[in-house]
Design a protein around this ligand. Structure first.
Ligand SMILES: Cc1ncc(COP(=O)(O)O)c(C=O)c1O
Length: 409
């Protein structure tokens, strides 16, 4: 069953913050790529944790046992969300960036000077900086080129992966341009030389179902605050890999995966919220298992978001002085995140004017700095980015376009 505009209007009732107004006008939350709003069930799960389960883990008393139970449930939900075979394959952390830095320290211990890591020009800095830092240790970092249309150059990808490559670190979708990358190519090339494949699915997981087994990823990272949950990072690691790595850890820390990758006490309340966020998405799907419901909901919501994103681009094309960046919407494999620039205005100026009207969109590079640099937009204030998610309506998009048209007239 498709997810329709009526479903979108229904879902909006579940998100209390969407009722917010500015000077009497409804706020249009088109800022989702930097973090979505959360439904009441997520808020309840987080506050409920503090009411009934607030304790540290592994104690011999009721609230600690309840904490253990909730954390375990969160792990099972996150495993179902990424398509992992077991909860044991999922570790939690502060956010994707912190998890990636921990992983880069650990993987570097397994590498030698002269070994190579492949990153891309399209990626968020969180999937570039931790790897670029390893150059200090004599590891060579090679960068796959991005083309003007916002896609990665497959020939260059093949050139950058060599016999010395130990890791290919690539995004599934770009938070700056909405591009969805060819991960089969990344897997083929990395497997061909025996290198690990690490996928940054932070932007992708907000819009498409993730399947770590189909991707055959060694590592995959995402962040729950992009998919209606709280600020928690999620790491999937192929079974057996974390056991082999030398990690930054205390001798008192649990030896077993997935705990061995986690540092100190986690944000338990937020983890209760992660489970609620996954359950919320699944509540829009069909099927026997949680996984089936997640996948069917994500498919349906993706088709809706794609339609709204494509509608936005069609309307934008009629406004003189606006340039749309990134791939077009002909392929369904296109995230509903649209970045534009103006002949006569800096993105900041436009974002501020829209913000004053209660239309929330981002301007700049959003840490997706490299693609913005490659397009020559870094010293022109970057781009104006609009994100569409399950609670955004066509009406909101049309209101945004009307404001942009007024500005550009
Ligand atoms: C594509 C992408 N990767 C990585 C990150 C970093 O995620 P986190 O904020 O969880 O560190 C973001 C955040 O915007 C992102 O959009």
């Amino acid at each position: 069953m498709p997810y329709t505009e009526i479903d979108c209007l229904r879902c909006r009732n579940d998100f209390p913050s969407l009722a917010g107004t500015l000077d009497g006008r409804p706020i249009a939350f088109l800022d989702g790529p930097a973090g979505t709003q959360v439904p009441q069930s997520v808020i309840d799960a987080i506050s409920g944790y503090y009411r009934t389960a607030n304790a540290n883990t592994h104690g011999e008393f009721a609230t600690s046992r309840e904490s253990d139970r909730l954390l375990h449930e969160a792990r099972e939900a996150a495993a179902a969300f990424v398509g992992a075979a077991s909860w044991r394959d999922v570790s939690f952390g502060q956010n994707m960036t912190a998890l990636t830095f921990s992983l880069s320290h650990a993987l570097a211990r397994d590498m030698r000077p002269g070994d190579e890591i492949v990153i891309t020009q399209l990626d968020h800095e969180a999937n570039r900086g931790p790897w670029l830092l390893l150059q200090e240790r004599g590891i060579r970092v090679r960068e796959v080129a991005m083309r003007r249309d916002g896609t990665l150059d497959p020939d260059d990808f093949a050139r950058q992966v060599t016999e010395r490559t130990r890791l290919v670190a690539v995004g599934a979708a770009s938070n700056a341009l909405g591009t969805v990358n060819d991960l089969q190519l990344a897997r083929r090339l990395s497997a061909g030389v025996g290198a690990w494949l690490l996928v940054d699915a932070v932007h992708y997981a907000a819009h498409f179902p993730v399947d770590v087994l189909e991707l055959d990823a060694d590592f995959l990272l995402c962040s729950a605050y992009k998919f209606y949950g709280p600020h928690v990072g999620i790491l999937y690691a192929r079974p057996g890999i974390l056991e082999r790595l030398t990690l930054d850890r205390l001798r008192t820390q649990e030896e077993e995966t997935p705990y061995r990758f986690e540092m100190g006490t986690l944000n338990h309340a937020a983890l209760a919220g992660v489970k609620a966020a996954v359950d919320y998405i699944a509540s829009w799907g069909r099927g026997e298992s949680l996984r089936e419901r997640i996948v069917s909901a994500m498919h349906d919501i993706a088709a809706y978001e794609h339609g709204v994103g494509a509608h936005y681009c069609e309307l934008l094309a009629e406004i003189p002085g606006v340039t749309i960046w990134g791939p077009d919407f002909r392929s369904a494999q296109r995230a509903p995140t649209v970045s534009i620039t103006f002949d006569d205005f800096y993105p900041t100026e436009v974002a501020r004017r829209l913000g004053d009207q209660g239309i929330q969109v981002w301007d700049g590079h959003f840490y997706g700095l490299r693609p913005i640099e490659v397009l020559g937009l870094a010293d022109r204030g970057g781009v104006l980015r609009t994100g569409v998610c399950m609670y955004n309506t066509r009406e909101e998009i049309e209101r945004l376009v009307a404001e942009l048209a007024r500005l550009c007239r």
